[in-house]
Design a binder for this molecule. Structure first.
Ligand code: MG
Length: 203
């Protein structure tokens, strides 16, 4: 199973990191060992001084697909979750400067905390989902999937041209503005609409 993560998919997040709006969809992978489930504690890694949260809607792929046309992409998912794309911003910055891969900055163990999955039909339209993140009780990120530059269906179509999608693969669909640092002792709570999806303590 693979975790496919989309970068730079919300305009205001691109601006806050000073990045350029990409011509094509930007994606990278995390290994399945990145997953952290059931509200387990996140341990601050000893190989970074600057760990950022990025709260993202996650889509689970239901069946095998290759070169999926945009207008058929809807048939390939039925459940979503809320996740965090934990990022070692200092390690990533060095990699960017040198043109090196982001693998360590993005793919270290437990870099992908994730909630339970819920049926999309219980929530509504994939491109109109409110979600938010609280740090220590204060809302730090708030987004709606209608702000995505590339829709979920476009992402599935694009990525599946190059990489076969398999049942159980997860797509982290990008983060809205408001990313920031975590510290030991922080608590991160994620919400889809008003429903709390996860509560993770940083140890
Ligand atoms: Mg991200």
């Amino acid at each position: 199973m693979k975790l496919i993560c989309i970068g730079r998919n919300y305009v205001e997040h691109i601006a806050e990191l000073g990045n350029e709006k990409p011509e094509n969809i930007v994606f990278f992978l995390k290994p399945d060992t990145a997953l952290l489930r059931n509200d387990e504690d996140f341990y601050f890694p000893d190989f970074s001084n600057e760990v950022h949260y990025e709260c993202e809607i996650v889509v689970k792929i239901d069946k095998l697909g290759k070169s999926i046309p945009v207008n058929y992409a809807k048939d390939y998912y039925s459940e979503i979750a809320l996740g965090l794309d934990m990022t070692l911003r200092d390690v990533q910055q060095k990699a960017k400067e040198k043109g090196l891969p982001w693998t360590l900055a993005k793919g270290f163990d437990y870099s992908a905390p994730i909630s339970e999955f819920i049926p999309l039909k219980d929530i509504g339209e994939i491109q109109n989902i409110d979600f938010s993140l609280q740090k220590n009780g204060e809302t730090v990120q708030r987004g709606n999937t209608n702000q995505m530059i590339h829709t979920v269906d476009e992402i599935i179509s694009y990525v599946s041209r190059f990489m076969t999608l398999k049942k159980g693969d997860l797509i982290f669909t990008g983060t809205p503005k408001g990313v920031g640092k975590i510290n030991i002792g922080d608590t991160l709570k994620g919400f889809i609409s008003d429903k709390q999806m996860f509560c993770i303590n940083i140890k």
